[in-house]
Design a protein around this ligand. Structure first.
Ligand code: SF4
Length: 383
């Protein structure tokens, strides 16, 4: 049964130099027509594939808060009308410090949004400028305080590391600022150099040099230590929460469970089928309004792929993959399918097992993708 929904708002005021998310400049875009098309998708999808209760709703982007107060209200009221949100549902919206006014905060609070996720990335002005963010540290701090004063008691911030111009002191200062603001949840990722970004162009032309892998590993180690010392529990490779404030929505992904994906460029996972929506907003609107639907492509996930995903995603969690859940879900034991791979990884010291779970060791967490790749080995039958 589907218990989660993701809604994508693919518009941004400015484009960050490292970003490869599906997004376009907001200026000149048909924002209201987009919200209309999106709500049409929501209404039609839940009619065909209903859920009796949603536990989480996540509005991400792009920058959802680029929408005006009126459009935010229209979007949220529409979502409430068509989606069966549980009374205690976690309802998150991603917010950019630059464009969150008091009026928007009031609208979000009134409609029932109860979790804000701020794209802060750093509290160092030089770093913010180097990565193309529009806000200043002062603006981020004042917006977060405004949100707290409005009554939001579950706030997350994104903080990046391995960024250009970012010294160890600068990274520590950003983390200290987060703690000082009494934030409940932190997502912290290293910069990944993606093709088709401004940064990739600059690295290719020699205009930009990124921090070394050693710097990245040092900063990650520092992050793990600092967060734990400050009372934030690591519960996923890149996510830390005060007790009771883990992201229920993101756990849906890491638990390899179903979710709707609405909006241009959104991905969904519904009844064993992965859906990918048309990414260009004008094409998406045209397709929705002419009755052709939102999808660019859909694909059925084979049993073997489901097993691989169960491992890739589950191993991101600190608690790891549940051995019992794997058995219940696939009717075969984890050991039968992945016994040799697990033994091999254990010998290397990258994974460990308890009676209940398979999980990454600390060394495995540093290697991440390299460990996950091992579960793609096709020398055994997963059918
Ligand atoms: S605000 Fe977010 S989605 Fe928009 S360009 Fe920056 S990183 Fe990308």
């Amino acid at each position: 049964m589907i218990r989660a929904a993701y809604v994508h708002i693919p518009f941004c005021e400015t484009i960050c130099y490292y970003c490869d998310f599906p997004k376009v400049f907001a200026k000149g875009q048909p924002l209201e027509a987009y919200v209309d098309a999106l709500l049409k998708e929501v209404e039609e999808t839940v009619r065909v594939t209903p859920s009796d209760r949603l536990d989480t709703l996540f509005i991400g982007g792009g920058t959802p808060t680029v929408l005006s107060s009126e459009l935010l209200r229209k979007l949220c009221e529409g979502l409430k009308k068509f989606l069966p949100l549980a009374q205690d549902a976690e309802w998150t919206i991603e917010a950019n410090p630059e464009d969150v006014s008091q009026e928007k905060l009031d609208v979000l609070k009134a409609v029932g949004v109860n979790r804000l996720s701020f794209g802060v990335q750093s509290f160092d002005p030089d770093v913010l400028q180097a990565i193309g963010r529009a806000h200043t540290p002062e603006k981020a701090i004042s917006t977060i305080k405004k949100a707290q004063a409005t009554g939001f008691e579950n706030i997350s911030v994104d903080i990046m590391f391995a960024l250009p111009k970012q010294t160890q002191d600068s990274f520590v200062h950003s983390m200290e600022t987060v703690v000082g603001l009494e934030i409940q949840h932190v997502s912290s990722y290293a910069l990944i150099l993606e093709e088709k970004t401004q940064f990739a162009n600059w690295v290719r032309s020699g205009r930009l040099e990124l921090p070394s892998e050693d710097t990245e590993a040092n900063q990650y180690e520092m992050l793990l230590k600092f967060m734990s010392e400050c009372g934030y529990n690591p519960y996923e490779i890149s996510n830390f929460a005060r007790p009771g404030f883990q992201s229920r929505h993101n756990l849906t992904y890491w638990n390899n469970e179903s979710y709707y994906g609405f909006g241009a460029g959104a991905h969904g996972y519904v009844e064993g089928i992965r859906t990918q929506n048309i990414a260009v907003p004008s094409h998406y609107i045209e397709s929705m309004m002419s009755g052709k639907g939102p999808y660019l492509r859909t694909s059925t996930v084979t049993r073997g792929e489901q097993m691989e995903e169960e491992l890739f995603l589950g191993l991101r969690k600190v608690e790891g993959v549940s051995i019992q859940r794997f058995q219940e879900k696939f009717g075969v034991s984890l050991r039968t399918v992945y016994g040799k791979v697990i033994e091999n990884l254990k010998e290397k010291g990258w994974v460990e097992t308890s009676h209940t779970h398979l999980r990454l060791t600390k060394e495995g967490m540093f290697l991440g993708n390299e460990v996950f790749q091992s579960f793609l080995v096709d020398s055994f039958d997963k059918k």
